[in-house]
Design a binder for this molecule. Structure first.
Ligand code: GUN
Length: 287
């Protein structure tokens, strides 16, 4: 079975649009998401364009602040100071990656945690670690849980979730979310021994390694639920054309697993939908 992330994201945006509308009516506040984009990375411009479009579609205000690639860290920090104290702004997202002369950790740490809709600030990762309800939770991991539940139902307790990858953005937070769902959680990474054997134990297998078609059919237990977070550009040698593939060998794994998220059209669309969800949440707490 294919888990349709595009449809799930669309359903979530429709539900959010209704919530935004009733929030506006009852509180007189329109949630505002401000995206800060530094430099001219083409992929970042595509992401930001999609964020802006979808923010407006659910009835929120979208602000975009663009700084040149030559902007100093101090300039970016002073923008953030301004946005942190602007009562009309509920969510702030600094698009990553930043130019190499800017320290990402310093920038993330300078965002007001209550407006940190990416959930990357240490205050929010600490809240998530402690299981506190007021954490703003990173968007891609939220999307993974929603898609896993779509196939398996709301009760994931006792299932063995194996997460391949330990990044701060996906691997670590998604592992904590599955733990909150009472799963048994294993985090595998580049130093893991017998990776195939570890993966074979998974009822839910999350691939977040950033390597094209890395997870093979022989690593997947029959009937397992596979969540593929990877987005890799692979050039087809015969045609010379680039196509997007995940971290999972989709065609082969589809034959063994119970359900799988496709790439594109799986986890990807859920990320922005969850970002909008976090923005509404931040605005509600503010209001
Ligand atoms: N660049 C690629 N994905 C993301 C994301 O989820 N958040 C931010 N801030 N930058 C990104």
């Amino acid at each position: 079975m294919i888990i349709d992330g595009k449809q799930a994201a669309s359903d979530l945006r429709i539900a959010l649009a209704e919530e935004v509308s009733s929030f506006k009516k009852s509180k007189g506040i329109t949630p505002n998401l401000t995206v800060v984009l530094v430099g001219d990375d083409p992929a970042s411009h595509v992401y930001v364009r999609n964020k802006v479009k979808q923010t407006i579609e659910v009835g929120m205000i979208s602000n975009e602040i663009r700084l040149p690639a030559s902007a100093s860290q101090a300039e970016l920090l002073s923008q953030l100071t301004f946005l942190n104290s602007d009562n009309a702004v509920h969510g702030i997202l600094v698009q990553l990656p930043l130019p190499s002369h800017i320290d990402e950790a310093v920038v993330i740490g300078a965002i007001n945690p209550e407006k940190d809709v990416d959930g990357f600030h240490a205050m929010n990762s600490g809240r998530l670690l402690n299981g506190e309800a007021d954490a703003l939770v990173p968007c891609t991991p939220q999307g993974c849980i929603i898609l896993a539940k779509q196939h398996l139902g709301d009760d994931l307790s006792g299932k063995h979730a194996v997460v391949i990858g330990r990044s701060n953005i996906v691997g670590k937070p998604v592992a904590l979310l599955f733990l909150q769902e009472n799963c048994t959680v294993t985090v595998a990474h580049s130093h893991t021994k017998n990776l195939a054997d570890v993966c074979l134990q998974a009822d839910i297998l999350v691939a977040a390694v950033g390597r094209a078609e890395f997870v093979k059919a022989g690593w997947v237990k029959k009937g397992a639920t596979v969540i593929d977070v990877g987005i890799n550009r692979l050039v087809d040698e015969s045609t010379g054309k680039a196509r997007l593939v995940g971290d999972v060998d989709y065609a082969a794994v589809s034959e063994v697993c119970g359900a799988i998220t496709p790439v594109p059209g799986g986890v990807g669309p859920m990320t922005i939908a969850c970002l909008l969800r976090n923005t509404l949440e931040a605005a509600k707490r503010y209001g």
